[in-house]
Design a binder for this molecule. Structure first.
Ligand code: NAP
Ligand code: ZN
Ligand code: ZN
Length: 347
């Protein structure tokens, strides 16, 4: 077994604390990764605090993982010792269902094994995430990362990157499109960079007036304070596409009203509480309200290769493990710029 140091939550209300546990010895198709950096996603906070339903404790969060391959099982072909590797939000799936066969393992009909707070396919071994020194993952679920890139700025691509890339790609965002991004946090800042890189004109909707200069630097053309209803009046029918990354309950109606005829609003933000939607906001203008969940392995690799080519990386604050709890508080207050990343040397 591989002795692993990490940080875990032991209850919904306790701060994360140092925690030592074991990873399995590599099976023939496994890759052993020494983690270098691990991003902090708001989903980690929702889960560690049981906001989405009861979590299993101890819980080691983290699904934005990059590191260096330390060992490989004897059947592994894609990776060798010393390679850069990434792990995102899931680490296994049935491999046989329609979703798995069409490279959408996140929607596996039988069992998507999420990176933490989940069970392995044996239905009894708990998974533990990236706030840790090592991880052992089946080769098929490990991403390749080209050398010569800033590894710490790539970690957030494994969740924030793919979650925003996937819907932008699916809805064919390109030059000439007006795209709105709601919430300028981890996902939001990647959405701005990616939508801009695809040629779109981007507007940020934010509750934080002090983020305007950053929004423009990240590539947004317009910045709208979402707290003032008057700001939406002149935006009716303006947007082709709106990506909502907000982590807490809020009203979708002003955004639906801002869509063009046949426009689409995609929810990726996963507020624990439900929101009400008026049928009228959808009927008039034939608007579409839909959701999106991360992306499959094939699309995640495509996104990593795209970001490498376009040099699109996350803006990060690198922290030692001892600052995870402070980082959680700042993330909840919307004060992250724009993703906390843990230096795994400090576990
Ligand atoms: P984050 O860094 O905390 O960003 C969320 C942003 O939402 C904040 O920075 C803030 O931006 C805005 N916001 C927060 N509270 C708000 C409120 N009450 N009303 C309006 N706006 C508010 O979080 P994240 O890591 O980007 O994650 C965002 C959400 O996406 C979380 O719910 C997370 O679980 C979910 N998620 C979903 C997927 C998926 O596959 N669908 C993947 C990853 C994460 P402003 O200061 O600009 O207003
Ligand atoms: Zn995430
Ligand atoms: Zn499956």
């Amino acid at each position: 077994m591989i002795q692993t140091k990490g940080y875990a939550a032991s209850s919904p209300t306790s701060p994360l604390q140092p925690y030592t546990f074991e990873r399995r010895d590599p099976k023939p198709d496994d890759v052993v990764i020494e983690i270098a950096y691990s991003g902090i996603c708001h989903s980690d906070i929702h889960t560690a605090r049981s906001e989405w339903g009861p979590a299993a404790y101890p819980c080691v969060p983290g699904h934005e993982i990059v590191g260096i391959v330390k060992a490989v099982g004897k059947k592994v072909k894609k990776f060798k010792v010393g390679d850069f590797a990434g792990v995102g939000c899931f680490v296994d799936s049935c491999g046989k269902c329609g979703s798995c066969k069409t490279h959408e393992e996140q929607f596996c009909a039988n069992h998507t094994v999420f990176t933490y707070n989940s069970l392995e396919l044996d239905n009894k071994t708990p998974t533990q995430g990236g706030y840790s020194s090592h991880i052992v993952v089946k080769e098929k679920y490990v991403l390749k990362i080209k050398k010569g890139q800033p590894l710490e700025r790539i970690a957030p691509l494994l969740c924030a990157g793919i979650t925003t890339y996937s819907p932008l790609k699916r809805y064919g965002i390109k030059k000439g499109h007006k795209v709105g991004v709601v919430g300028l946090g981890g996902l939001g800042h990647m959405a701005v960079k990616l939508a801009k890189s695809m040629g779109a004109e981007v507007t940020i909707f934010s509750t934080s007036p002090n983020k305007e200069a950053d929004a423009k630097k990240l590539g947004a053309k317009h910045f709208v304070i979402s707290k003032d209803p008057a700001n939406f009046e002149k935006l009716a029918g303006k947007f082709d596409f709106i990506l909502d990354t907000v982590s807490a309950k809020h009203d979708f109606t002003p955004y639906l009203n801002s869509l063009k005829l046949d426009g689409t609003m995609v929810l990726v933000g996963a507020a624990p509480e439900p929101s009400e939607v008026s049928a009228f906001a959808l009927i008039f203008g034939r608007k579409k309200l839909t959701g999106s969940l991360i992306g499959g392995i094939k699309e995640t690799q495509e996104m990593l290769d795209y970001c490498a080519k376009k040099k699109v990386y996350s803006d990060i604050e690198l922290i030692p493990a001892s600052e995870i709890n402070t980082a959680y508080e700042r993330t909840i207050k919307g004060q992250v710029k724009y993703r906390f990343v843990i230096d795994a040397k400090t576990f």
